[in-house]
Write a new protein. Sequence first.
Length: 255
Amino acid sequence: MAVNELSPDELARYARQLGPGVLSPKGQLRLKNSAALVTRTGGMGGPAALSLVTAGVGRVIVAHGGPMISPDLNRQILGCEQLVGGPRMPAFAEYLRTMNRFVAVEGIDHEPDDQEALELVRRVDVVLSCAPTFDERYRLNRAAVAAGVPLIDAAQWGISGTLVAVDPGRTACLECVYPEEPEFEKDFPVVGAISSAIGALAALEAIKILSGTGRPMFGRLWMIDAYQGISSIVELQRRADCPCCGAARAATTTS
Ligand SMILES: [Zn+2]
């Protein structure tokens, strides 16, 4: 249920992020009354979820299945040595809860299928897609477009990463950007510092969108090539023939 004001304890907690150039008290209250979905919660999604929780997003739903393995620990900062060989959830969710008692954290111990993804997306105000496979990224994109919920797609490779922010029906969706599924490399190389950087930037976009702060990255692709020390931004165009958000799809769904 929506609250009308933040408690003195909450205002004290968020004191360093309230003021000119950061969040307004109204924006902080909007965060409190918002919900976000983060899937998955690994190298990028873990730091993303952590940033959302510490910023004060009222409800954070995190999804990630499977056991932790040793190579995960170069980037999955919600984990620890003791978790190797065991399931990530509910330990990840429990850790997030220890970071902010004013936030509700919901842990889901598997990757949602099409139906569950849509149900989850309908419960939140923003989706952070931090999944490694295009299958999952397309699934979250389709669910976000169908539900009309903003999506931030985060991706990483090596020591580079990309962000795409989608405002459904208004700006290019992920399938407009990648009409064909690019080849996927299982166990691709990645350095944890870029995972954390891209995850934190995805969370920052979500915080901006939810709180009404600054200018969201909607309709733009942000490429950060840390290997070469280059950052670039590409203005995106919607594709009329996009099977996810294009005119043909809209005509089919309304007829
Ligand atoms: Zn599209």
